[in-house]
Ligand binder design. Structure first.
Ligand SMILES: [Zn+2]
Ligand SMILES: [Zn+2]
Length: 389
C-alpha cells in the first residue's frame, strides 16, 4: 500500500489472469473432462513426472544452485534445471533468484522483503505478484554473478518462448503421441502447472507461519515435515534461513529432502561439486542455544513458573546447563585458536589435524548430549512453553 495515499498499487492483470484462469480451469475443466472422458495412466504419469521435474528444478536449481550458490553444477545438470525450472512458470532464474536473495536479506521487513510473511498469508503466498508492489520491482544489483552464467542470461532473454514451448507445446506433443491430446494437456499441462505453483508458494507463506523453530527465532521461518514432503525438502525452512549456504535443508539424515539427495548423487557422478555444508558443531550450537532460550523463558516467565513444581531445582538445573554450554563454547574457541596458532607456526602436522578432528567430535558429542538433556528438561515443564520474546 502506498503509505502516502493509502491506495493499493495497480493490478498486474497479465499475472492475475494467468493465476486466476489456470486455477479455475484446474478445479472445473480438469474434473469435468475426467468424469466425462476419463484420463489414461499415461496422462497421470506425465503429470507427476513433469511436476517432479519442475519441483526439483526449482528447489535444486533456482533455489539452492542459483539463488544461494550452495554447490557448483556442470552445464549438463544446469541445462535441465534451467529448462524444467522455467517450465514451472515462476519467472526467469535471474528474477526469481534476485527476489529470493532480497527475501533472505530483509526477511520479515514488510517494506523490503518482496514476500514478507508479516503481511499475511494471502500476500506472501500469491498477493505479492498480483500488483505492482514497490518491493516486487526487478532489481538485479544483487545478481551480477548470475549474469555470468550463459544459461541464465539465455533463459532470461527467451523466457516467454521457453515457457510457452514447455507449458503448451510439450504437453500437446505428448498428448498427440499417446493419442490423447486434451487429456494429457489438461493433466500434464494445466493441473501440473497449478500444483507446482501452489506447492512452491507455500514455502513463502505457510513455511513462515506453521511449524517449529529449532534453530532460530530471529525470523518467522519454520521447520515443517509436511511441507517438506510437498516441496521436495524445502519445508525445513527454519534451518534454511539460518544456514542458507548449506546445500541441505533437511539436515538430519531422516528428514525428507529429495533435493539434497539429488545434489549429492549428482556430485557422485561428477555433475555437481563443492557442496557446502555448515559444520555440525555450528548446527548443534544453534539447537542448544535455542533450547536454552525456551527453557529460560518458561522458568523465568512469572505466569508460567508459578505453576511449576520445584521451581528452585529447575532454576539450578538451568544455570548448570547454561554453564555447561558456555564451557563447551569456550573449549570450542580454544580448539580453533590452537589450530590457527599451529597453522601459523607451520606445525599443523597430520597428527595434529587428527587431534583437531577428535576434539571437534568430542565437542559435537557434548552438545548432542546436552540437547537430549534439555529435551528431557523441556518435557518436565509440562504444557506448551511460551515462545521467547
Ligand atoms: Zn532460500
Ligand atoms: Zn523464507
Amino acid at each position: 500500500m502506498d503509505k502516502g495515499t493509502g491506495a493499493l498499487p495497480p493490478v498486474n492483470w497479465g499475472i492475475a489472469l494467468l493465476f486466476g484462469l489456470t486455477f479455475a480451469g484446474a478445479v472445473t475443466v480438469v474434473p469435468w473432462y475426467g468424469l466425462t472422458y476419463g484420463y489414461s495412466g499415461w496422462a497421470w504419469a506425465w503429470c507427476f513426472l513433469l511436476l517432479g521435474a519442475n519441483g526439483m528444478s526449482i528447489t535444486a536449481g533456482y533455489h539452492r544452485l542459483w539463488a544461494h550458490r550452495t554447490y557448483k553444477a556442470h552445464w549438463l545438470l544446469r541445462l535441465p534445471l534451467m529448462i524444467f525450472g522455467g517450465m514451472a512458470l515462476q519467472n526467469s532464474i535471474l528474477i526469481w533468484a534476485t527476489d529470493h536473495r532480497r527475501h533472505h536479506q530483509h526477511v520479515d521487513r514488510d517494506d523490503q522483503d518482496p514476500y514478507s510473511a508479516g503481511r499475511g498469508f494471502w500476500y506472501s503466498h500469491i498477493g505479492w505478484m498480483l500488483r505492482y508492489w514497490e518491493t516486487g520491482r526487478n532489481d538485479f544489483s544483487n545478481g551480477r554473478d548470475l549474469m555470468e552464467d550463459p544459461l541464465v542470461t539465455w533463459q532470461h532473454r527467451h523466457y516467454v518462448a521457453l515457457a510457452l514451448t514447455t507449458n503448451v507445446g510439450l504437453p500437446l506433443l505428448l498428448g498427440w503421441l499417446h493419442g490423447e491430446l486434451w487429456g494429457v494437456f489438461l493433466l500434464a499441462g494445466l493441473l501440473r502447472l497449478v500444483l507446482i505453483h501452489h506447492t512452491t508458494f507455500l514455502i513463502n507463506s505457510l513455511a513462515h507461519m506453521w511449524g517449529s523453530r529449532p534453530y532460530t527465532d530471529t525470523n518467522s521461518a519454520r521447520d515443517n515435515g509436511w511441507l517438506a514432503f510437498l516441496t521436495y525438502g524445502e519445508g525445513y525452512h527454519n534451518f534454511h534461513h539460518i544456514f542458507e549456504r548449506d546445500y541441505r535443508n533437511g539436515v538430519r539424515w531422516w528428514q525428507w529432502d529429495p533435493s539434497k539427495w539429488l545434489i549429492f548423487l549428482a556430485s557422485r557422478v561428477g555433475l555437481a561439486s563443492q557442496l557446502k555444508r555448515v559444520p555440525d558443531v555450528t548446527i548443534h550450537k544453534a539447537r542448544v542455544a535455542m533450547q536454552l532460550k525456551r527453557v529460560e523463558a518458561a522458568v523465568t516467565c512469572p505466569r508460567r513458573s508459578r505453576h511449576l513444581p520445584d521451581l528452585e531445582r529447575l532454576k539450578e538445573h538451568l544455570s548448570a546447563e547454561v554453564a555447561a554450554f558456555q564451557a563447551t563454547l569456550a573449549e570450542w574457541s580454544r580448539v580453533r585458536e590452537e589450530r590457527v596458532a599451529s597453522a601459523r607456526e607451520r606445525l599443523l602436522a597430520r597428527w595434529e589435524e587428527a587431534r583437531f578432528r577428535d576434539r571437534t567430535r568430542e565437542i559435537e558429542r557434548s552438545l548432542k548430549v546436552q540437547c537430549r538433556r534439555l529435551s528431557r528438561l523441556a518435557a518436565e515443564l509440562s504444557g506448551p512453553l511460551p515462545q521467547p520474546a
